[in-house]
Design a protein around this ligand. Structure first.
Ligand SMILES: [Zn+2]
Length: 94
């Protein structure tokens, strides 16, 4: 019985955390979008679509283009995509 009560309490706390976090995230996103619009120094993470500062440390150079990412997870996923597409296509002129 006690276990059940603890479970309920934990679920409630998690629920509160989740809903609070979600609201915060939305506020943050809105703020970021506004910042981006005013400063023009935000670029879109090509993997998840989040706007990140241009001077972020997580960057990948692909030819002439430099991609900026919100996290190393996104960067790794992007690199995997590049690898997958480059092995799929035949290399030309190398
Ligand atoms: Zn991302």
């Amino acid at each position: 019985m006690l276990k059940f009560l603890i479970f309920i309490a934990a679920a409630f706390v998690l629920y509160r955390l989740f809903t609070g976090d979600k609201k915060k995230k939305e506020e943050k996103k809105e703020k970021e979008t506004r910042q981006m619009a005013s400063s023009g120094e935000m670029v879109k993470d090509p993997v998840c679509g989040t706007y990140v500062p241009v001077d972020s440390d997580i960057r990948v150079r692909q030819g002439e283009k430099v991609h900026t990412f919100c996290s190393f997870e996104c960067r790794d996923r992007f690199l995997e995509q590049i690898e997958a597409s480059s092995t799929g296509n035949k290399k030309v002129g190398e």
